[in-house]
Write a protein that binds this ligand. Sequence first.
Ligand code: NAP
Length: 320
Amino acid sequence: MPLFSGRCYSTAKLVGKTAIVTGCNTGIGKETVLDFYKRGAKVIMACRSTEKAEAAKNEIEQRCKDLTEKGDIVIEKCDLSSLKSVREFSKKILDTEPQINILVNNAGVMMCPKGFTEDGFETQFGTNHLAHFLLTMLLLPRIKSSTPARIVTVSSKAHTRYDINFDDLNYEKRQYSAAEAYSQSKLANVLFSRELANKLKENNIDGINTYSLHPGVIRTELGRHLDKVLFKGSRRMIGFVLYPFMKSPEQGAQTSIYCSVDEKCANETGLYYSDCVATNPDRKALNDEYAKKLWEKSAELVKLGDYNPFTATDPGVIKN
Ligand SMILES: NC(=O)c1ccc[n+]([C@@H]2O[C@H](COP(=O)([O-])OP(=O)(O)OC[C@H]3O[C@@H](n4cnc5c(N)ncnc54)[C@H](OP(=O)(O)O)[C@@H]3O)[C@@H](O)[C@H]2O)c1
């Protein structure tokens, strides 16, 4: 029996609501889509591989074929290792989707070999943090028009291990460490979610809550790069040792689902969760000056320029 706790027991329905989940063709993202679909939501799967997303969509629809009440699943291409792709995806959503009630920044890459995104950022920081930062900023005007809304960012307990090195985010001056780069990107996830809540408050925007979370240690494809960065067979070995303590993807999705739909946390914002309970993240993740510094750096790196997501007007959908 896996040793874990934490479940979303809410029976809240999402009929008439729209949710976007990034990187959800597998792992806990796929389970999150399944849950929202069963609650009646229109779920937009933002995935880099439309082929893999199609297979996941078919599987979910098959699993739910006997349910009478369910939502709708739509696939849209979004490769988080390309800011161009993030911009194209966001434009398509803004042009076509009248509302966005839930955004789950779920996609992640862990401990990959040294590499860079299309825009030249270290793969994990660029994919896990910067792309989700830009995505959230671009969608915010529509999210503002869709309140009550929730923005959920999937982090990891790994955020506690290392710091963000602002002088060398892309490992140009120091030796690359896959574990450190992952930790840096996951600390950025928590700081981003916290500062987003602060900024929404400063801008007198009500009705949008933010959440970051550690989903647990889960049997997913996240360890796919371990054999390359550690040693051949390490993924299997680690999986074997940790197996009794690991959650299934369905169990691992519970905290994301809790933060997205549960009435119990409907009046909370800017907090960090684990096992469906708000808990303290690492001390570094509670530092507002640090969070502001990351925000400014991220805005500069993704080239937000004069665009202010908090004051920008919702462009509205394009009518045919
Ligand atoms: N599993 C754990 O134990 C654990 C622990 C702590 C935190 N987390 C976090 O949980 C989240 C989900 O991970 P998981 O465990 O479900 O892992 P997973 O099974 O590997 O799923 C990760 C998802 O992210 C997608 N993705 C990766 N790079 C992408 C990109 N450039 N553009 C778009 N999508 C991309 C993957 O798509 P492809 O299939 O196309 O690569 C996949 O759908 C991650 O943020 C991870 O850091 C997981």
